[in-house]
Write a protein that binds this ligand. Structure first.
Ligand SMILES: Cc1cc2nc3c(=O)[nH]c(=O)nc-3n(C[C@H](O)[C@H](O)[C@H](O)COP(=O)(O)OP(=O)(O)OC[C@H]3O[C@@H](n4cnc5c(N)ncnc54)[C@H](O)[C@@H]3O)c2cc1C
Length: 347
């Protein structure tokens, strides 16, 4: 096996899979390896909702979503619950409810065979670059001229070469058997007593998921406290959890949280900080940054080109920060929810 590559991509989520697919079109002939480790729980900590922005990018890629990736039910609104004021409102939404693991597998299946895909974990990157990888309980070593960090919120590429995004949450999710009762199909929960961010419940293929974003310090306690407060609000219990999972979740707060790369190391997707701080929607930005970096490799100055191409995306994500601050401010949120503006009436 040839162990030297032009580019090593760490991570095969929406960003890495898109980059690996698109680079074969813009720079055919490059020798590329993608290393991706799937979570041990078998599912990714994610709401698995495909937002209109991400749907639009799929259309731009001329990709149709296979039906097998959709989850049951499809939803048309979000029930927003403020646990402190007790106000609830419903807002129309246009998401697709998906099985996130199947979605990621589908994206990986679109990568041409000319790209070497290693199912394993990159554990170390030495200057130069030499990568240590664990796959099938075996240790591999490979070298690459360029590194693309597409390894999400807990990116080892970002930690190894750059400053991490200052604000990160721990996101905790539990799965419960759906008893078909009156649990909202999709809700967004605000509870400043336990988190300065938001939580959610989503019905998916016979399960109800309850998850949220919490301060890393004391996150577990805050999660269970909020769950009890939500159960009291709903007047019902979630029941016994079948699965609990957790991961780091990035929340960009200032322009320098978006890190594109330096020298021959590049970042895309959530590793670069490309995620909405107001809704945590990150799939569209992962797609776009993967595409922009792949296109930039055809240019002489890759980093300058990537910076130029991501300008609008970075601006859009910066505008999510004041939105997040408004939504997470108890008095402003109360005012908006009380006014009923943009909400829909349930019959
Ligand atoms: C709780 C939660 C809910 C969310 N809900 C939504 C939602 O409903 N809709 C939405 O659009 N966005 C959502 N997001 C955001 C979205 O999941 C991310 O922004 C998006 O997946 C980023 O794509 P990515 O390719 O950059 O990273 P990821 O999707 O995180 O992919 C990174 C990949 O790299 C792999 N990896 C990591 N480290 C290594 C390593 N060392 N070696 C090898 N492989 C590695 C990971 O296993 C993973 O497969 C949510 C995020 C969280 C945490």
């Amino acid at each position: 096996m040839n162990n030297h590559y032009d580019i090593a991509v760490i991570g095969g989520g929406p960003a890495g899979a898109t980059f690996a697919r698109e680079i074969t079109k813009t720079c055919p002939g490059l020798n590329i390896v993608l290393i991706d480790e799937k979570p041990r729980t078998g599912s990714k900590v994610c709401g698995g909702l495909l937002a209109p922005d991400a749907q639009k990018v799929l259309a731009q890629f001329d990709l149709d979503l296979p039906k097998s990736i959709l989850a049951d039910p499809q939803i048309f609104d979000v029930k927003t619950i403020d646990l402190v004021s007790g106000i609830t409102r419903n807002y129309q939404r246009h998401y697709l409810n998906m099985d996130r693991a199947s979605f990621d597998e589908w994206l990986l299946s679109l990568i041409p065979e000319s790209v070497t895909v290693i199912r394993g974990r990159c554990t170390e990157i030495e200057d130069g670059f030499t990568l240590s990888v664990t796959a099938d309980n075996k240790k591999l070593s490979l070298t690459a001229d360029s590194i693309v960090g597409a390894d999400g919120g807990a990116s080892i590429v970002r930690r190894r070469f750059f400053k991490t995004c200052k604000k990160q949450y721990i996101s905790i999710q539990e799965h419960f058997k759906d008893d078909g009762g009156d649990m909202p199909s999709y809700s967004c929960i605000y509870d400043p007593e336990t988190s300065d961010s938001c939580s959610w419940t989503i019905r998916k293929d016979g399960y109800v998921i309850f998850g949220g974003a919490f301060d890393i310090k004391g996150g577990r306690e805050a999660y269970f406290k909020q769950k009890a407060r939500l159960e009291a609000h709903l007047g019902r219990s979630f029941g016994e959890a079948t699965k609990i999972e957790a991961c780091l979740l990035t929340s960009p707060r200032v322009a320098r949280d978006f890190m594109l790369g330096k020298d021959r190391v590049f970042l895309i997707g959530e590793a670069a900080g490309f995620i909405s701080s107001s809704s945590f929607e990150g799939i569209s930005s992962a797609f776009l940054s993967g595409k922009y970096l792949a296109d930039s490799f055809a240019d002489k100055n890759i980093l300058a080109s990537y910076k130029r191409k991501t300008g609008r995306l970075r601006l859009k994500l910066l505008f999510k920060i004041p939105k997040m601050k408004i939504l997470c401010s108890p008095p402003l949120r109360k005012l908006i929810m009380k006014s009923g503006i943009a909400s829909i009436k349930k019959y």
